[in-house]
Design a protein around this ligand. Structure first.
Ligand code: ZN
Length: 348
């Protein structure tokens, strides 16, 4: 592990705030603004341009995406939300070999009741679903994922496809995830699933709810405690305009009520290109997320702790609007991720 880099940078977005001509520390645990009274008397290194946390897709399945193709990408960080734990290390290695410094976080398997979603799906390889017989099974499995380095825990509450965890099992999953300091992410689908997830203490929904229109009251409560991962464009790919409309309406009201939104595509589900998805960004805008709210969703700082990758932009990027213009501009000018160990430092 290399020591952190301390350098003066033209501009940076740190903790949601833009700073200019700032001293930053870049290390394994992200980028930190070094206050004036803590800065070394002479900063020897200078980074030109603008730095910000990595652009994050908070819902991917590496095993179903083109993550191992060495094509340029704007993504600096991804969260894999469900795969066989035994297959993950090789997938992470292939993705990081193709994209130097890519920060890969993962959940491990879907936790489900025996026979529950997605154990019957052809895309889910053996081991992708931890089918649980009861609360003690749940505790054992969540503990194993925490030991394996999971960043979050995934639970399947799909009331439209097979059995779902009962109250005792769900409570055990919530409690054990939280005991390890991990957020619990639910796939909530079907009547009452989102309400059940909220009441049980689920922290994150893997998809903006799309199977039913949620009441303003329920959305207000969800907004106070949950993060929702968008995955709106998934419904366009599915050719399901009614689902898209319900998900957009629910997410718009959730965001308007102050709920935290994270950009996520369900990469691997009808979409394989390992990059920022313009359709998902456009769908977020239609849900009223733009400007700072959209940038916050793309960085997902509220969802995942910072890591060793930053996004590097040209000097033309100086605030959230110019950042969005660059992100949606011509590919060759798009911001790109850089691990902090690869900066070419020049004398300040
Ligand atoms: Zn998914």
């Amino acid at each position: 592990m290399r020591p952190p880099i301390v350098a003066r940078v033209d501009r940076a977005r740190i903790a949601g705030r833009w700073v200019a001509d700032a001293v930053v520390e870049l290390g394994e645990a992200g980028m930190r603004l070094v206050p004036g009274d803590e800065a070394p008397p002479r900063i020897r290194s200078r980074i030109h341009g603008t730095l910000l946390p990595p652009i994050t897709d908070a819902h991917v399945h590496l095993g179903l995406a083109d993550a191992a193709l060495a094509a340029p990408t704007t993504l600096g960080r991804v969260l894999d939300l469900g795969w066989a734990p035994a297959a993950l290390p090789a997938l992470v290695e292939a993705a990081t070999a193709a994209h130097r410094g890519l920060d890969v976080r993962f959940a491990g398997p879907f936790h489900a009741a025996i026979g529950g979603y997605p154990s019957d799906r052809a895309w889910a390889p053996p081991g992708a679903v931890a089918e649980l017989a009861g609360a003690s099974d749940a505790v054992r499995s969540v503990r194993a994922q925490a030991r394996a380095g999971a960043s979050v825990i995934k639970v399947s509450l799909n009331a439209e496809a097979g059995p779902v965890p009962d109250a005792a099992m769900l409570a055990a999953i919530v409690d054990e995830a939280h005991a390890h300091g991990l957020l619990l992410v639910a796939h909530a689908q079907g009547p009452g699933a989102a309400e059940r997830a909220l009441a049980a203490g689920v922290d994150v929904l893997a998809h903006a709810p799309w199977t039913e229109r949620l009441s303003d009251e329920l959305i207000g409560e969800a907004a106070a405690s949950q993060t929702w991962i968008s995955t709106l464009a998934m419904h366009e790919r599915d050719g399901d305009p009614a689902a898209l409309e319900r998900a957009t309406d629910n997410l718009a009201r959730f965001a308007a009520a102050g709920g935290a939104v994270a950009y996520g595509t369900d990469l691997g589900n009808g979409l394989t290109r390992f990059d920022l998805d313009d359709s998902e960004v456009a769908a977020l805008r239609r849900a009223g997320l733009d400007g700072t709210a959209l940038v916050d969703a793309l960085l997902a700082e509220h969802l995942l702790p910072p890591g060793p990758t930053v996004t590097s932009c040209t000097a033309a990027v100086h605030d959230d609007e110019s950042l969005l213009a660059a992100l949606l501009g011509p590919p060759r000018h798009r911001p790109r991720p850089l691990p902090h160990t690869t900066f070419d430092l020049e004398d300040a």
